[in-house]
Design a protein around this ligand. Structure first.
Ligand code: FE2
Ligand code: FE2
Length: 483
């Protein structure tokens, strides 16, 4: 009997899907593996490849004890294929097949739809590693360096997860798609990644923390909706990915929180009470709060774009088919088919932003985005409470959904962060107050000096409250190999 909880390390590729008995897929994956290792080796700067990093590796998919921590050289990390345990007699939770037995094989009629979704999800995973590839060179601490690499190896594993689905269930075109996932490259002219936000640079650590907070959270919402899928292998794959994703959200939220803390501490020490006294604050070697707000505006709005159009027939088809559900589908109290139901969608009507009732089926993207906004507000609220507690008169705000959008109903609409539509000239004149400027970027860049002493942190970020795996403050999370 196959052990589907504990991860088997008997093949080159750790897995809990019985790969050693599935010769065809094992062969296809082994063929793909060298290309993946080349991609990794070309990507991450060499000194880091040789360093020992204190990483967690999944050894089980049991939620109560799935990871072990140890020093590992990243190219030797055991990227594996891990699916959450099968739920007995699982049923398709929504759409026109609601209540039928979940599919273990791909229904022919939904093959291309499923392939598209798996490829898009798969494309984002290596893209984020590409975006973050040089950050290690300017890490503010060994703790942060380790967290960056943990996120990177897990995004690499998520690529493996999608590649497994492609190779196991989609035959030849699946293998071609798997190769293309290594061929496209973030920011490339000829072969860019599929989604806009994944072709943007992650030039500094504040961007990294904002990215993991806002953009990884989009990823989380997409995984949540795919975890509902009637195609059971996809559902199980995404459910396990979500376990890992929680750490990425943590890195983002605590990362931004620690940058705020360092700023607040420095301001208080210097006796500065006005958060807009930007030059004086910057002279302290910390990032002023208004600049952080601009970074928030940018990353948040780029992430909203990832949800696609508010009204979408593609999304309706995927829901109807039972392929991609809603956030926490099983907890929603309705017929899960959405016949005749409506959902409020924001639109520009005669120059004014209004909510208009749309068929709920075509509005599932909008609904997922609304769930995302609520979820993202949680951490922002915690940052604000910390500011209040410190007595600093500044609160972060999430801009209106119409601000700075490239996709959907508000694409090209010059709305200010409060959601008021203004003239394009007025918008352009204010742009530098709302979004990071070149000068802001250059200032942040000037702070990005590596700090590799165990237990030490760069001036612009405070120490974490607790260590990873309960390690003490001066723990050497990365044993650097310096050429
Ligand atoms: Fe991921
Ligand atoms: Fe992630």
């Amino acid at each position: 009997m196959l052990d589907l909880i504990n991860v088997s390390y008997d093949t080159q590729i750790p897995n809990n899907v019985g790969l050693s008995q599935d010769k065809k897929v094992l062969k296809a994956l082994e063929k793909w593996h060298p290309g993946y290792i080349n991609w990794w080796n070309d990507l991450i700067p060499d000194d880091f490849q040789k360093s020992l990093v204190y990483l967690r590796t999944a050894v089980s998919v049991d939620p109560k004890g799935w990871a072990k921590f140890d020093y590992v050289k990243m190219p030797e990390y055991r990227w594996g294929i891990l699916l959450a345990p099968e739920v007995e007699d699982r049923r398709i939770p929504f759409g026109e097949h609601a209540g039928e037995k979940a599919w273990q094989e791909i229904p022919g009629e939904y093959r291309s739809m499923l392939r598209r979704l798996v490829v898009i999800q798969g494309d984002t995973e290596p893209a984020s590693v590409e975006q973050q590839r040089f950050l290690g060179l300017t890490a503010p601490s060994l703790y942060d360096l380790r967290n960056l690499f943990q996120v990177n190896v897990e995004e690499g594993r998520h690529l493996w997860a999608m590649v497994y689905l492609l190779q196991k269930y989609f035959g030849r075109d699946g293998r071609e798609e798997a190769d293309d996932l290594l061929r496209r490259n973030s920011g490339s002219e000829e072969a860019p990644r599929m989604l806009g936000a994944f072709n943007e640079e992650t030039p500094d650590w504040l961007s990294f923390f904002m990215f993991t907070y806002f953009t990884d959270r989009d990823g989380r919402m997409q995984l949540e909706s795919l975890a509902q899928s009637g195609f059971d292998p996809l559902s199980r794959t995404c459910r396990f990915m979500l376990t890992e994703e929680a750490h990425h959200m943590f890195v983002g939220e605590t990362g931004v929180g620690r940058v705020i803390q360092a700023t607040v501490d420095a301001m208080q020490k210097a006796g500065i009470t006005d958060p807009y006294d930007i030059n004086k604050i910057r002279d302290l070697g910390v990032i002023d709060l208004p600049t952080m707000q601009k970074k928030l505006n940018l990353h948040y709005t780029l992430s909203l774009d990832l949800f696609g159009g508010e009204v979408s027939t593609n999304a309706a088809n995927a829901f109807n088919a039972g392929i991609k559900g809603r956030f926490q589908e099983l907890k929603i109290d309705d017929d899960h088919k959405l016949h005749g139901a409506t959902y409020p969608v924001s639109q520009v009507v005669n120059g004014v932003i209004q909510k208009v009732d749309a068929p709920a089926l075509t509005a599932v993207n909008m609904r997922l985005r609304d769930d995302y906004v609520k979820d993202a507000a949680g951490g922002v609220g915690r940052w604000n409470r910390a500011l209040k507690k410190a007595g600093v008169e500044f609160q972060f705000e999430m801009p209106h959904e119409a601000f700075n959008r490239q996709i959907g109903a508000f694409a090209g609409v010059p709305a200010d962060p409060s959601g008021e539509i203004i003239s394009q000239e007025a918008w352009d004149a204010k742009r530098n107050e709302w979004l990071p400027t070149k000068e802001d970027g250059a200032f942040i860049q000037s702070l990005m000096q590596p700090c590799y002493e165990p237990g030490q942190y760069a001036s612009w970020i405070s120490a974490p409250k607790v260590g990873i795996d309960n390690k003490p403050g001066d723990f050497e999370y990365v044993q650097l190999h310096m050429a």
